[in-house]
Design a protein around this ligand. Sequence first.
Ligand SMILES: [Zn+2]
Length: 272
Amino acid sequence: MSHTVCLTYDFDAVAGWTSAGMPEYRSWGVYGAETCVPRLLDLHDRTGVPSTWFVPGHTIESFPEAAGEIHDRGHEIGHHGWSHDPLPSFGSKEAERRDFVRGIEAVEELTGETPTGFRNPAGGFSEHTVDLLREFDFEWDSSGTERDLRPYYLREPDTVESGEPYRRGEPTDIVTVPVPWHRDDWLQLFPVASDPQFVSYGHEPDVFHRWRTELAWTREHVEEGVLTLLLHPQCAGRAPFVAELEAFVDDVKDMPETDFADVSTVVSAFST
Ligand SMILES: [Zn+2]
């Protein structure tokens, strides 16, 4: 019985803030790209563990040096849209496809390869997203939360109608490696100034205690468990988090039958 931890980063940079009300918010995106990405890459160099980065085309074209470093230092790059706008907001399949294709082209320009993995930008899938993933031959996705510790096959859109029971869509051959929200650093540690209240910082050791507890439970109770963390450089690159992350990585490296892998490696093992 072996287990896998996937460290994944959503490198949204300024793309996450283009529609935010206050221009100062964009400085967090710049901070993520210019200060935090180098810190995190250095951590990976020191520890020698792989990772997967989902990078919107907007980030690739705005911060080519940081994006290039991620690729040059051997980390996997996944598709994360071009604009990072929520997929349901495009309003038509054609508009969603244009952004989707532009994002693919940006990754191709960066890596020389067509991406095979996807994570949705903020806001979840639209009714067209599964079709687009198939149209462009994506092999895997890391967006869903239907399971927590094992991959599963992405399905066609479900049917939810008033007065009718929930009907699940048919499975596709696209593998989803899930990312439950309690493994998203942003939701626990990033302050969000939004009406009606200001959500304050969490405490980094508490977050890692939660993840360590879940990994210990997984190792005891789950066969071939996969624990995927969803990290954002402008959040995870802050010094308190980097310190906790490196201690976590060092501890996991000492655990028997437990390794780090990028997402496509998990998908290959699940599919065969
Ligand atoms: Zn994102």
